[in-house]
Design a protein around this ligand. Structure first.
Ligand SMILES: [Zn+2]
Ligand SMILES: [Zn+2]
Length: 258
């Protein structure tokens, strides 16, 4: 009975999607993971914080009209200089699920064309050094979201990823395990950005590190992308030795067979 655990609505700076357009597709538990993105270069360096009072009011109204169980999620974009502010925001609410993402370096979002002009190998190494440092430092985050975000707009092959950053990635995955976090299988990365092979490379490393917790997320910003690619992703997960998905409530994973 899995459900999508990476979904955006108009509470995110980069989405206009309506809750109702998702809810008309499912009677399962429903969660959105809106962007908490401080000093966001994609939005003129502004602090993008979902209005939790308005969000609560919206969920209350939806509960009266839809049978779904409503859970509360957020996608926290890590940025080291703002760690204390991120922590304050996250502690002020009772979230079920906090995705931890690495979206920008303070100057550019990693999907900015700027990164097509830099040295590829160095960029990849820098991205994972920052991710490792962030995971070591951030006291929050239930799930490491789209580990490949910084590579989405670039063409990095599994051979290159392994040659350039296998030790960093293994350290990241070991830390995910040590922290009791889950690893997200992001179907937007896999099938919209063509990085399925990178997931297929890394998932066995995660298992070897003792990783058992995986989540499925479409990263939908429009309702037509809700739960897209889940059947294919589950096939890939089974091939990598996984048979359960982690579903989060009050930051705690509950395992469900798929
Ligand atoms: Zn993201
Ligand atoms: Zn997202």
């Amino acid at each position: 009975m899995e459900y999508d655990q990476h979904v955006h609505t108009y509470f995110s700076f980069d989405s206009q999607a309506q809750f109702e357009d998702y809810l008309n597709q499912t009677e399962r538990p429903f969660i959105t993971t809106e962007h908490l993105e401080l000093s966001n270069p994609e939005d003129r360096a502004s602090d993008d914080e979902p209005d939790q009072t308005a969000y609560t009011a919206k969920l209350q109204a939806l509960k009266r009209r839809y049978p779904n169980r409503f859970l509360r999620g957020i996608e926290c974009g890590y940025f080291a200089p703002r760690q204390a502010d991120l922590q304050r925001y996250l502690q002020a609410q009772d979230f079920d699920l906090v995705l931890l993402s690495f979206h920008h370096d303070g100057q550019y979002d990693y999907q900015d064309p700027h990164f097509k002009t830099v040295d590829l190998k160095r960029h990849v190494q820098t991205y994972y050094d920052r991710m490792l440092a962030g995971l070591q430092s951030a006291p929050f985050g239930d799930v490491l979201a789209h580990f490949d975000y910084g590579l989405r707009i670039l063409d990095v092959t599994p051979v290159q990823l392994e040659a350039w950053v296998k030790p960093q990635l293994q350290a990241i995955l070991a830390l995910v395990v040590k922290r009791g976090m889950a690893f997200e299988v992001n179907t937007k990365s896999m099938y919209q950005w063509g990085n399925a092979a990178l997931y297929e490379l890394v998932l066995p490393w995660y298992r070897q590190a003792g990783g058992e917790l995986v989540t499925l997320g479409s990263d939908a910003h429009t309702a037509d992308k809700f739960q897209t690619g889940f059947a294919e992703a589950k096939t890939l997960l089974r091939r990598s030795g996984f048979s359960q998905l982690a579903l989060y409530q009050h930051h705690r994973p509950h395992l469900t067979a798929f």
